[in-house]
Design a protein around this ligand. Structure first.
Ligand SMILES: *Cc1c(COP(=O)(O)O)cnc(C)c1O
Length: 566
């Protein structure tokens, strides 16, 4: 499809965008949400264009040794196979050097053929210095300076690339997390040029604010970039008229979240609860919430795609119609599920050598390995877990997840799980799949029987893997945090671990987890299979029909993109 840049009104900026498993341009939830958003925007023919970094060597490829030590490898991907090089170059200033930036294009094609182009920024150009060539190599790699340089390329370079390509009618710049907030600097400079002014006035800032929308994604402090003013001056240059603005620099620090908050007309968190938590974190800002979703067509497994095509033919264009999953015969739901389960267990065997039994209740847990996600909560009391599995009904567990290379606590968690795998061996079969990515995720969320999540509230902003599970008829078993507060109907769409209290201890959560597993979930699975399958259908009909990016993008359209307060 030929694109007319003048008709694109929304520019979506994200440090990572995950579109498929072969393009290693994402690390996890944030990037996959970005990719799913663009796919739905294309399906719904939203006039959008997107900008991100090329991330030529990916995030990292995870190898796990026999005792669970994580080894990180570069994770390159064949750029030319997927992207088309655009004939465009712009410059950004970094440490006084003029760094050239080019772009590669990927077309996200929607169900009707409508295209949302994604521009991947690339600094690997002969005319750049060796350091600058590597700026678009690694996602979340390097030190603080490397990160800030990347953000200059993304924010400032991104706006310049769009302009050079003819996108000059953009009404809304959507910052998916604060990494791209430097785009506001470029928009301020555009206002200065437009008004032939050398002084930044409130009217300039207001004009920029009218153009920007910001989505914050985490209440965890490490998720909010902060740069000391000294470093910012060194990298961006002596822009003191900018750095003296209280909206930009506070306490000698450039905080990308505050910059985005100050420069946006609309701000949102990614679930109802997260919106509330963000309001407390950032007092004085008007923060709304739009609950995340996932792209249904991407995350529904083949067997369920066939089933939906047969019973709900319009589900791909109209995700709301998944509501009618209630009318699919139980037997066909179960057969589709067993196909997914077999595929997963075969994969488990090839990866780990462990042969799991397809008749056994299988629990899935896959997250970024980091302390607050508490991958070890299920393992709180190994004796108790052994007892449940031997007396009440057998269970087996499949884990996966990467730890950020600098997250020592996360790496320890993986090791701890490997130790438990050995201890539980003959009682509760357990495996840890290496290199959790979109491919592994798709197999896991459809192939297990229940999807477990155990974050420490209120730190899980939304979470999306549980939504993927719902779409495949896999009920969630989860702590009430993030999206699950909205998605949980006890005994219908899944089960809650603990109650709403935020200061429940891990011990209390573990106790609740074991009790529900023992008294509710295991008996239901083994003795009341029809009721279990009924819950699978509710997961699709109630949660799958709502927690998708078609609904989410429509909410952005209604509340953020085309709605202006003034
Ligand atoms: C969906 C997904 C995530 C995010 O899931 P959470 O529930 O937020 O942990 C992370 N990584 C991969 C590979 C995914 O597919």
């Amino acid at each position: 499809m030929k694109i007319n840049p003048k008709r694109r009104k929304i520019a979506y900026f994200s440090m990572e965008i995950g579109l498929n498993e072969k393009m290693h341009t994402y690390s996890g939830g944030l990037g996959i949400l970005a990719g799913d958003t663009l796919k739905s925007a294309a399906d719904l023919e939203i006039p959008m264009v997107a900008v991100t970094l090329l991330n030529r060597y990916g995030y990292f490829k995870q190898e796990l040794t026999h005792d669970g030590q994580q080894i990180e490898h570069p994770d390159p991907w064949p750029v030319e196979e997927f992207l088309t090089k655009e004939d465009v170059k712009v410059s950004v200033r970094i440490e006084g050097r003029s760094v050239r930036v080019t772009a590669w294009r990927y077309d996200v094609v929607g169900v009707t053929g409508y295209v949302v182009p994604v521009y991947f920024l690339d600094t690997y150009l002969e005319e750049n210095s060796e350091y600058d060539r590597k700026l678009t190599d690694y996602l979340y790699g390097g030190d603080q300076k490397y990160r800030l340089c990347q953000e200059v390329v993304l924010g400032i370079g991104g706006v310049r690339i769009l302009r050079a390509l003819g996108y000059d009618e953009i009404e809304t710049f959507h910052m998916n997390e604060g990494h791209s907030a430097l785009l506001t600097f470029e928009l301020i400079d555009e206002e200065l040029r437009k008004t032939s002014s050398s002084m930044i006035l409130e009217s300039h800032l207001k004009a920029v604010r009218e153009k920007c929308v910001f989505t914050t994604h985490t209440p965890v402090p490490a998720g909010h970039d902060k740069f000391p003013l000294e470093l910012v001056r060194k990298v961006i240059g002596p822009r003191d008229e900018l750095f003296s603005l209280p909206q930009v620099v506070y306490d000698n620090t450039l905080n990308m979240t505050y910059l985005a908050l100050n420069m946006s007309r609309y701000i949102n968190g990614v679930a109802k609860k997260h919106g509330e938590v963000s309001k407390l974190m950032f007092a004085g800002y008007d923060i709304s919430s739009i609950t995340n979703g996932v792209h249904a067509q991407t995350w529904v497994s083949e067997p369920f795609q066939e089933l939906f095509d047969k019973y709900i033919p319009m589900w791909r264009t109209d995700n709301f119609s998944l509501r009618y999953a209630l009318s699919i015969p139980n037997e066909e739901i179960w057969n589709a599920h067993m196909k997914c389960k077999k595929t997963l267990l075969e994969y488990v065997k090839t990866q780990t050598g462990v042969e799991m039994n397809e008749e056994v209740l299988t629990i899935g847990f896959a997250r970024r390995a980091t302390a607050y996600k508490r991958a070890d909560l299920l393992l709180y009391n190994l004796e108790r877990l052994k007892e449940i599995s031997s007396k009440d009904g057998k269970i087996q567990v499949i884990y996966a997840g990467k730890a950020h290379p600098k997250d020592e606590g996360g790496k320890q968690l993986i090791k701890k799980i490997f130790t438990a795998i050995q201890e539980l061996k003959s009682h509760v079969p357990m495996v840890y799949l290496p290199n959790y990515d979109m491919k592994v995720a798709k197999m896991m969320v459809s192939g297990v029987d229940i999807w477990l999540n155990t974050p420490q509230p209120p730190l899980e902003a939304s979470g999306t893997s549980g939504m993927k599970a719902s779409l495949n008829g896999v009920p969630n078993f989860s702590v009430l945090d993030g999206w699950w507060i909205e998605g949980c109907i006890e005994g219908i769409t899944g089960w809650a671990i603990g109650d709403f209290s935020e200061n429940a201890s891990s011990e209390q959560h573990a106790k609740s987890l074991y009790e529900k597993l023992e008294k509710t979930i295991i008996p239901l699975y083994y003795q009341h299979r029809d009721q279990f399958i009924q819950m699978m259908k509710y997961a699709i009909a109630i949660n799958g029909s709502f927690f998708n990016t078609h609904r989410m993008v429509q909410e952005y359209v209604i509340n953020a993109y085309f709605h202006k307060e003034s």
